[in-house]
Design a binder for this molecule. Structure first.
Ligand SMILES: C[S@@+](CC[C@H](N)C(=O)[O-])C[C@H]1O[C@@H](n2cnc3c(N)ncnc32)[C@H](O)[C@@H]1O
Length: 331
């Protein structure tokens, strides 16, 4: 069997695994009582990844621009936390557009930069290759996998004398309930060596009206992104969701300090999903919880680091749109 045939067979196996997990997660989420939910991971098919890119350009959504400003201004300092060459590994890279500043800084320091992008979205990885592949002296690999599986593969051939810097940008950590975020970082820490780094982006608390607008923009791009989750189920699992029968619903939970996105059923309905061979009943006004985005304080970021075996080393914050990049070092 040629290398290309092997790669095709591997891609098929991976696609089958993803499809099975998708089935199981949708079944679990839509039978959950009293609150139905769907994992935010399934926003990101080809359409979802493109819609996410559009969100990052919205005037109401300052998060990505703030993150980008910090990376552009401080990239040289960020990569300098160790003198050794870095293997930069990004969790949920998306298009990787902001990462260029770090790769350029590392390539300037050592003449070359080794980078692995991990993402469940093949379309996002394609964008990432196109965006970052043009930077001279950057060696790019992509892993179409979930976060920890991707890290395990990326770290299989750790080069002697090389240090690892994990990037978890864009406040994606805020999508996890706090105990799950701690668990993810503990497992990540378990795959690293003492002295490796984690650059963690966290969106900080800001006025609630500003947050609500960021997740419910007047042009309706975020609403389309939210509804695309149902369209993704229709395409991949033979779902019969009528997208017009679900409204984009955004709220802020002050106790948990998080934005929640839901999809609200506008009428009583039963939706059939072919791959699961069953229907799911929705009451009028009932919601599916699709995403959470925690808003942090700097103390919260330090506590998160301490609870998962990292020492907070440096923080950079943006004043225009409160956002922090924190360099955490594996203890
Ligand atoms: C909120 S976007 C952030 C993209 C980029 N890091 C940024 O800061 O703009 C989250 C990205 O993580 C990917 N993703 C979501 N869940 C994932 C998972 N469990 N494992 C790997 N990637 C995931 C999505 O496909 C998407 O590209």
């Amino acid at each position: 069997m040629t290398k290309q045939q092997l790669a095709v067979r591997f891609d098929r196996r991976l696609a089958q695994q993803f499809a099975l997990q998708f089935n199981q997660d949708v079944l679990r989420g839509l039978t959950s009582e009293p609150q139905k939910w769907l994992s935010a991971q399934y926003f990101y098919d080809e359409v979802g990844s493109a819609l996410f890119e559009a969100i990052t350009a919205l005037p109401e959504y300052g998060l990505t621009r703030a993150d980008s400003r910090l990376l552009q201004r401080h990239a040289a300092e960020m990569v300098r936390f160790r003198p050794e060459p870095l293997h930069i590994i990004e969790l949920g890279s998306g298009s990787g557009a902001k990462t260029r500043w770090l790769l350029e800084a590392e390539a300037t320091r050592h003449g070359t930069a080794r980078y692995t992008a991990i993402d469940v979205s093949a379309a996002a990885l394609e964008m990432c290759r196109t965006t970052l592949g043009r930077i001279p002296a950057v060696e790019i690999e992509t892993e179409n996998a979930t976060y920890l599986d991707g890290v395990r593969v990326a770290l299989r051939n750790r080069q002697p004398g090389e240090r690892v810097l994990i990037l978890f940008l864009g406040s994606t950590i805020g999508n996890f309930p706090l105990p799950d975020a701690v668990q993810l970082l503990i497992e990540l820490r378990g795959s690293l060596q003492f002295g490796d780094g984690l650059l963690l982006g966290t969106d900080l608390m800001k006025p609630i009206e500003q947050l609500l607008l960021a997740y419910d923009d007047p042009a309706g791009v975020t609403a389309a992104f939210n509804r695309n989750l149902l369209a993704h189920i229709n395409r991949e699992l033979g779902g019969k969701f009528d997208l017009g029968a679900f409204q984009h619903d955004v709220r802020f939970d002050s106790e948990e300090s998080r934005i929640e996105m839901h999809l609200r059923s506008v009428r009583p309905q039963t939706v059939w999903i072919e791959a699961l061979d069953r229907g799911f009943r929705f009451g009028a006004g009932e919601t599916i919880w699709t995403e959470s985005s925690r808003k942090f304080t700097m103390d919260g970021v330090k506590q998160l680091a301490a609870a998962s075996g990292f020492e907070p080393r440096m923080h950079w914050t943006d004043d225009e749109w409160p956002f922090a990049e924190s360099l955490l070092v594996a203890e």
